[in-house]
Design a protein around this ligand. Structure first.
Ligand SMILES: Nc1nc2c(c(=O)[nH]1)N[C@H]1C(S)=C(S)[C@@H](COP(=O)(O)O)O[C@H]1N2
Ligand SMILES: [Mo]
Length: 322
């Protein structure tokens, strides 16, 4: 608890952190001081667990690739770290935060292989230039029709491509994520075929919006959000952003991505946010901007990033290539 107060006060973050972020922490402290764990709402307990281990602060320059904050208010740290999809850590939205501390993310090696000129085992610091981190506030739109606005810290994925140098024959990149049963209770379920695999076309991977994320709200990424590194292409549904990546493979065939393998008629490889193409079981026209219980927000084509990315799909039938 004491650690938590200190780290939040240390944050050089007053500018991007909404008032209620601090307020909710103070309220939580009050509640905590009052007593029994059983009295807490579930979310508060999770938030406590999530930040029990102090996260190291990161320095990042602000990037112009940031949403218009007048339109999109930031979600709180508690919301972003307490309501997650990370099935390896459990299927309930609170499970990843609950089980996050089991995960060890140091040391960490990323295997780079396939159609690439500099294959090998890379440490996180070999891939990510921590002296050139950017803060980018992105919308994350889950295929389940909820969304959040998240102040990520990361580097453009293109900077990693520059280091590992994919060959011209590479047309796709595949991301394979951690499969470690001793630390990931969700792997006992057969919700998906493990490990979780995602992928992008090379032009999508190279696109300046595609971010390799290593931090959140000015600090090192919490485990439940995909430490030590996860990818995010904000014009796509959230499931495209594999968490806790252990392998990056360059291919000339389309990767067999977990959700497309699991339920091909519901989830495709492209998974571009598209309010005009419904999920077979629900509409994608509107979304629930957390913490609202209602679909209070109109979903935008390409999640609002159409000006930047629509040209990638010129001439493609986005109903067919969903
Ligand atoms: N390894 C792995 N990565 C994953 C998932 C997962 O279950 N396992 N869930 C995806 C889904 S469905 C979403 S919406 C986002 C959620 O990211 P967040 O918890 O950081 O908001 O992570 C994606 N990355
Ligand atoms: Mo999702």
């Amino acid at each position: 608890m004491v650690i938590k107060i200190k780290t939040s006060a240390d944050l050089p973050y007053s500018e991007v952190t909404p008032e209620h972020f601090y307020r909710s922490r103070r309220d939580f402290m009050k509640t905590a001081a009052m007593g029994a764990a059983g009295a807490f709402a579930g979310a508060s307990v999770l938030a406590c667990d999530a930040s029990a281990a102090p996260q190291q602060a990161l320095t990042a320059k602000k990037s112009p690739f940031t949403v218009d904050r007048a339109k999109d208010a930031l979600n709180t740290y508690e919301q972003i770290t307490g309501y997650n999809n990370f099935y390896e850590l459990g299927l309930d939205k609170g499970d990843p935060a609950r089980n996050a501390s089991r995960l060890t993310v140091r040391p960490w090696t990323v295997k780079v292989e396939g159609l690439v000129n500099k294959p090998g085992d890379y440490g996180v610091e070999d891939l990510v230039d921590f002296k050139n981190l950017e803060e980018r506030v992105y919308r994350l739109r889950c295929v389940e029709a909820w969304s959040m606005v998240i102040p990520w810290i990361g580097v453009p994925f293109s900077s990693i491509l520059a280091k590992v140098d994919p060959r011209p024959a590479a047309q796709f990149v595949e991301f394979t994520t951690l499969e470690r049963p001793s630390e990931m209770p969700g792997l006992r379920t057969s919700a998906l075929q493990w490990p979780y695999v995602e992928g992008l076309r090379m032009d999508e991977a190279r696109h300046p919006l595609t971010l390799m994320v290593v931090g959140l709200y000015g600090k090192v990424l919490p485990n439940q959000n995909g430490a030590p590194l996860r990818v995010h292409s904000p014009w796509k549904y959230g499931f495209k952003g594999g968490k806790s990546i252990v392998r990056i493979r360059f291919m000339d065939t389309m990767p067999r991505t977990s959700w497309a393998v699991q339920t091909p008629h519901e989830y495709g490889f492209y998974a571009n946010v598209n309010p005009t193409v419904d999920h077979p079981r629900w509409s994608q026209a509107r979304e629930r901007r957390l913490p609202s219980p209602f679909r209070n927000h109109q979903t935008e084509m390409f999640n609002g990033y159409g000006d930047q990315v629509a040209s990638l799909y010129a001439g493609m039938d986005l109903r067919k290539y969903y």
